[in-house]
Design a protein. Structure first.
Length: 560
């Protein structure tokens, strides 16, 4: 069933003339697509939380050892690297078959992981799963952008977010039950029926239009192969350096410096190539950043994602390393973040749709987040329960206001024809920030432990926590195995090391807050202007100028 259009007469208040205003009726097919996107988003929510809970069990079962980091990082690498490519493919070949491919790849990767009999097989499965996950994160936003005007998108993103929140909330418990009562393999196998259900829904209802004015071979030639190779290679090099820097090798080692420099130089070469005359159709068009608002939001997306993972990975260090909580208990102690941030994000996108103002949300969000991060620096062994609960609520409230309001702000100054490329580029930057959000605070933490390690009287414990190994050894089992006074000395060192971790995070968040002042409040479009809208099965979309004729995007044209 195609989205119907009715025309409503409206009196012009200035001269009494009657004008026609299009009104969109959203029928069964529209809501079926939204439901399918919710199920698709659930795949990512379960993967993020269920796998994290069961990771120690999987590492022991397959005897993976210190290569366990690649179970996560192979996923991060492929997830980030493919997003620009998927955005370009979505523009050239349309959304339908790409979405089906993405969900199928995610499901296939889950099956490979579930059947893994070795470390290498599991890591390969996670890499395949990451390709699908990167696509899922991007394509859901792209399709919603095709179906709903920018001003209204928050309401529908809120629906998808609500389902995601449910999946994220039940994920840790489901993962724990699976590991305790069955086999860890069902952590991955449980994805298969959900992925299959999503594929059926998408195949039946996701029928969208796209430009069919070229042959398949001609469309293949439009792909920016060199640009994609450059960004994928650069991403891989940076991730390899961040994976082993400060842990397996010192940060000054050539094994870390060489890939890190090559990766960053590769990023610079990629950007130069995209803007050159040799690139006919760039995978990341430079015009996306020709206005200051999109450029600022792009930078703040990176900073925010870094901070998000900063908190998620280092709040548990406080609970387990300083308070001595078990992994399960620290998960419960982090509930204030889960219970506030996602519902807060839902409310924020609804407010954005209602008032169309994102700059105020960003200012308030980064201000509150900065306050929360600063307060984390005051947490110590003697802090009360009320303190760490309230501080988490503040940080979660601030992050919730920013979480899903960055993308609409990035899209606002850009033409609708660039929505897929814009969403993919934004999603890439979000994924790229993930690994930095672990590497930066881990490096600070390990260096601070080295600085204070002379206060630990037991030489063997001091050596165990030195030379970049502190973060990898933090657990309640390790802390509680120590006897006094060494246990108190270690807790004191860890507490002081964490203070600088949080103080540096305040700088990152403060910079993001100041950058928000450079944003321009661009009105969010109320018209739907797209060549990729919903169609009936087997019927091309009929372009209705009443809907698709645009007065032009409200563009912030300040050049940079």
């Amino acid at each position: 069933m195609r989205e119907e259009t009715t025309v409503v007469e409206k009196e012009d208040n200035e001269d009494g003339a009657i004008t026609e205003e299009p009104t969109l009726k959203r029928g069964f097919q529209f809501w079926a697509i939204i439901f399918a996107l919710c199920v698709t988003g659930l795949l990512g929510a379960l993967e993020n939380t269920v796998v994290a809970t069961s990771l120690p069990t999987i590492v022991r079962a397959l005897d993976i050892g210190d290569n366990y980091v690649w179970i996560t990082n192979a996923f991060f690498l492929t997830s980030a690297a493919v997003q620009p490519l998927f955005g370009q493919v979505a523009n050239i070949f349309g959304r339908r078959w790409l979405t089906l491919f993405i969900v199928a790849i995610f499901t296939l990767g889950s099956g490979i992981c579930g059947g893994a009999t070795s470390e290498n097989m599991l890591i390969i499965g996670r890499a395949v799963q990451g390709i699908g996950s990167g696509g899922v994160n991007m394509i859901v936003d792209v399709i919603v952008s095709d179906l709903v005007p920018l001003r209204e998108r928050g309401n529908f993103i809120a629906i998808v977010l609500t389902v995601y929140a449910v999946g994220s909330s039940i994920g840790p418990f489901v993962g724990g039950i699976i590991v305790e009562r069955t086999s860890w393999r069902w952590v991955f196998y449980m994805i298969l029926p959900i992925g299959g259900f999503a594929l059926v829904l998408l195949f039946l209802f996701l029928h969208t239009s796209y430009k069919r004015d070229a042959t398949f071979a001609q469309r293949l030639k439009r792909i920016d192969y060199l640009g994609n190779i450059l960004i994928m290679g650069a991403t891989a090099a940076v991730l390899c350096a961040l994976t082993y820097g400060g842990s397996r090798y010192p940060w000054g080692s050539w094994r870390i410096v060489v890939p890190l420099v090559l990766g960053l130089v590769g990023m610079a070469v990629f950007m130069a190539f995209e803007g050159s005359r040799f690139c006919r159709e760039p995978v990341v068009p430079p015009r996306l950043f020709n206005n200051r608002t999109s450029l600022v939001v792009f930078v703040n997306t990176y900073l925010f994602t870094v901070l998000l993972y900063w908190v998620l990975f280092f709040i548990p260090v406080y609970f387990q390393g300083i308070l001595g909580s078990s992994a399960a208990r620290s998960g419960v102690q982090m509930l204030p973040i889960t219970l506030v941030s996602v519902p807060g994000a839902v409310i924020a996108v609804i407010v954005l749709s209602r008032f169309g103002k994102y700059k105020g949300l960003h200012l308030a969000g980064f201000a509150i987040l900065t306050l929360g991060l600063g307060l984390f620096a005051h947490l110590g062994p003697d802090s009360s329960n009320a303190e760490w609960v309230i501080f988490q609520i503040l940080a979660a409230l601030g992050s919730g206001m920013v979480l899903n309001t960055l993308l609409p702000a990035f899209q606002a100054p850009l033409a609708e024809s660039d929505q897929a490329a814009a969403t993919a580029s934004w999603s890439f930057m979000r994924s790229f920030g993930n690994v930095w959000g672990v590497a930066i605070p881990a490096s600070i933490f390990n260096n601070q432990v080295n600085r204070y390690s002379h206060r630990i009287s037991d030489l063997s414990v001091r050596q165990l926590l030195s030379n970049g190994n502190a973060y990898g050894h933090i657990s309640s089992e390790f802390i509680n195995s120590l006897s006094d006074p060494v246990r108190g000395e270690v807790i004191g060192v860890l507490s002081d090391a964490l203070k600088l971790v949080w103080e540096v995070s305040v700088v990152f968040s403060g910079v993001a807050f100041l950058l928000v002042f450079l944003e321009k409040q661009v009105p969010l479009r109320s018209e739907l202007q797209t060549d990729y809208g919903m169609t009936e099965k087997g019927r091309p979309q009929k372009r209705d100028d009443a809907i698709f004729e645009s007065p032009g995007p409200n563009s912030d044209t300040t050049q940079v």
